[in-house]
Write a protein that binds this ligand. Structure first.
Ligand SMILES: Nc1ncnc2c1ncn2[C@@H]1O[C@H](COP(=O)(O)OP(=O)(O)OP(=O)(O)O)[C@@H](O)[C@H]1O
Ligand SMILES: [Mg+2]
Length: 454
């Protein structure tokens, strides 16, 4: 049955009720059938995909109306069911709704009311079908919670996300800058039972050490100069939900200890506070650094790493999943054409080849920025290869006039080139560039000044 074609099956042993409903609902459906007991009802149900089944709870068959409906919904969950009960047995009706019935009506029947209920059921049925179609379409396109994924590695990642989302396990997401770590963290939250509770993201690299502790755990009024009132920290804000700790390796040593303690005990206190708070958050962390290196260098605690890395999710860089590029391009083209009110655009085969074979050091974010710019700057419906200017590999940076003579010179040269390439890749977006290079924005500024890279 299509959403525009509504078919009703009425199952009741009383002829008056059958005929009364059949006549009374004639205008509400394209097809109405009747059955006198559960067995007959099930046989008819097998032959026709009814949109709505209206059934008396008490039927003169081995099977009662509830059992019949349960069986019907098992074979065809999108069917909507309404049960009829005698006055005073509303508990049965409630039981029916628990089994998946949509609504109930009580005897004696009030036809006007029933018509209204049927119309409501029809709207509901239609919505359900449409949602289902949409979900199927998205699933076909390989999209889960806004994550476009086509290639087999990413499909595995999606599979892992689905499995892990249901649990409360701590997840650490690793991947280069722009690969979609935050997107994955949000998907984990949206697919979990915590979806109705908050998702709180905090970038540990963006906060000065002095503020970090209060940011995470909150503070009491007067706990330090400027603390004019009690402030809940990220843990408190995310209570019952998910806390996303981005750039986890940036967290200073002192805070690593605090965090480890919360992870181990499940308790924490606000800065300057006595009260012991219990945390119920699902923790997800992310980094674009090689954590093992950080551990080897002694900047990241190994015990904290093990606590955080219960379930590791590794997101591959875009250059290792080129199959995804065309799908991502299509997705971003649609998105930005809509956002900027442009007519739909297509990319020539050569243009597509150019985009697919690019190195994308800034990964999906860079591709997204590129498509956004193309949508805005290219007039007309076709994007050609000439429109696409890729400079991200840093190949266009000028070679040094002469070979460096000292080690310091060589390091400077390499640093300068790397920063230049990253700046170009991120279209001179400072924060992105810093993130990509794994340094603070302040460090980036300093180096840019030093090398005159503005
Ligand atoms: N698979 C994907 N499908 C659709 N959009 C994606 C995908 N991966 C990334 N994006 C988009 O690319 C951009 C960057 O993603 P995100 O911010 O999640 O990356 P990140 O790994 O957290 O980067 P960083 O390390 O720099 O913080 C976002 O706009 C995101 O929506
Ligand atoms: Mg991020």
């Amino acid at each position: 049955m299509t959403p525009d074609n509504f078919a009703i099956l009425i199952v009741d042993d009383e002829p008056n009720i059958r005929s009364g409903l059949e006549k009374g609902l004639a205008k509400e459906a394209e097809l109405i059938d009747t059955a006198t007991d559960a067995e007959q009802g099930l046989i008819k149900f097998r032959e026709t995909a009814y949109s709505l089944v209206i059934a008396d709870v008490r039927l003169p068959s081995v099977m009662n109306g509830l059992e019949m409906i349960e069986q019907m919904l098992r074979t065809r969950p999108q069917t909507t069911a309404i049960v009829i009960t005698a006055h005073g047995t509303v508990e049965t009706a409630v039981e029916a709704m628990r089994l998946g019935a949509f609504d109930f009506i009580t005897k004696p029947l009030d036809l006007e009311l029933i018509r209204e209920q049927v119309r409501k059921a029809r709207r509901h049925y239609r919505l359900r079908l449409e949602n289902r179609e949409l979900r199927d379409r998205l699933a076909d396109a390989g999209e889960v919670s806004g994550i476009i994924a086509n290639c087999s590695i990413m499909r595995d990642v999606i599979q892992q996300i689905r499995q892990v989302a249901e649990t409360d396990a701590t997840v650490m997401i690793q991947g280069e800058s722009g690969t979609g770590k935050e997107l994955v963290a949000r998907a984990l939250h949206e697919l979990s039972d915590r979806r109705d509770k908050p998702f709180v993201a905090v970038n540990l690299g963006a906060l000065p050490e002095t503020l970090l502790e209060s940011e995470l755990f909150g503070h009491e009024k007067g706990s330090f100069t400027g603390a004019t009132r009690r402030k809940p920290g990220c843990f408190e804000q995310a209570e019952g939900g998910t806390l996303f700790l981005d750039e986890i390796t940036e967290i200073p040593a002192k805070c690593q200890v605090d965090l480890l303690r919360v992870l181990e005990s499940g308790h924490y206190s606000r800065v300057g506070g006595e009260e012991i708070l219990t945390s119920d958050v699902r923790l997800i962390s992310a980094t674009n650094k090689n954590v093992q290196n950080e551990i080897d260098e002694g900047t990241f605690r190994e015990d904290l790493y093990y606590r955080l890395n219960i379930i590791p999710i590794q997101i591959p860089p875009l250059r290792l999943r080129r199959d995804d590029v065309p799908l991502l391009i299509e997705h971003f083209l649609n998105h930005f054409c809509q956002r900027y009110n442009r007519d739909p655009k297509t990319i020539t085969t050569e243009g597509m080849q150019k985009l697919v074979s690019a190195r994308w050091p800034g990964n999906v974010r860079q591709l997204r920025n590129m498509i956004e710019r193309l949508v805005v700057t290219v007039n007309g419906p076709t994007i050609r290869a000439e429109d696409i200017i890729l400079e991200q590999d840093g190949t266009k940076t000028k070679p040094a006039q002469s070979a460096p003579s000292t080690l310091a010179d060589a390091v400077e040269k390499a640093e300068r080139e790397t920063i230049t390439a990253a700046l170009i890749a991120c279209e001179y977006h400072r924060e992105q560039t810093a993130r990509m290079l794994g340094v603070s924005v302040r460090t980036l500024h300093y180096k840019m000044n030093r090398y005159g890279l503005h």
